[in-house]
Design a protein around this ligand. Structure first.
Ligand SMILES: Cc1cc2nc3c(=O)[nH]c(=O)nc-3n(C[C@H](O)[C@H](O)[C@H](O)COP(=O)(O)O)c2cc1C
Length: 171
């Protein structure tokens, strides 16, 4: 697939086939996480991969949004590592977003579906995983093969025109 085809074919998959993610595709998704850029190259992103029934049950206890995916990445950052500067937003959530976007696009490149999930009980996740206080969970990425009858949701096609995004100079 060309990069343009990856961008155009990706959509949020909300119905997955149960088949496990092949090892080479999984490795490609994780490598995308590894090479993602981060502020000052501090690389504060931390992840957990869930694939076993026990691990996936734990995910299900914290979100209604796994949609049957056979693999889920939890993206966190280490608050003691992420770039910070007074008066600026902390870079940790930005770094996580880049890593998750890389994973999402590499998944699409591998013929896998994925969905970015923020609708998760992060406090419960922290507790169930015994995460130390400096590790802050941000989002989940369920991924795997899309079910044969999976299709884009109605919001997929709804994008505002570019002009609606362009900031205008105040009069
Ligand atoms: C930051 C972020 C958080 C999201 N959280 C959820 C979520 O919790 N549950 C869900 O089903 N989809 C979630 N989505 C998917 C969006 O609803 C979806 O990307 C958007 O509607 C556009 O549809 P598309 O991805 O199919 O193009 C999230 C997407 C982003 C970027």
């Amino acid at each position: 697939m060309t990069f343009r085809e990856v961008l155009e074919s990706r959509y949020s998959v909300r119905k997955f086939a149960p088949d496990p993610v092949p090892a080479d595709k999984l490795a490609a998704v994780l490598e995308a996480v590894r090479v993602a850029p981060s502020a000052k190259n501090l690389q504060p992103v931390r992840f957990r991969l869930f694939t076993t029934p026990e691990e996936l049950a734990l995910v299900d206890a914290c979100t209604p949004c796994r949609y049957g995916a056979p693999a889920v990445l939890l993206f966190c950052y280490d608050d003691e590592v992420a770039w910070k500067k007074e008066g600026r937003p902390d870079a940790g959530p930005v770094d996580v977003s880049i890593a998750c976007t890389y994973a999402m696009l590499e998944a699409a490149n591998q013929g896998l579906g994925s969905v970015w999930v923020m609708n998760a009980d992060c406090a419960k996740l922290r507790e169930l995983l015994s995460l130390p206080p400096r590790i802050l969970p941000i989002c989940l990425l369920p991924f795997g093969f899309a079910a044969p009858d999976a299709e884009p949701g109605p919001m997929h096609a709804r994008r505002v025109p570019l002009e609606a995004m362009r900031l205008r100079e105040e009069a």
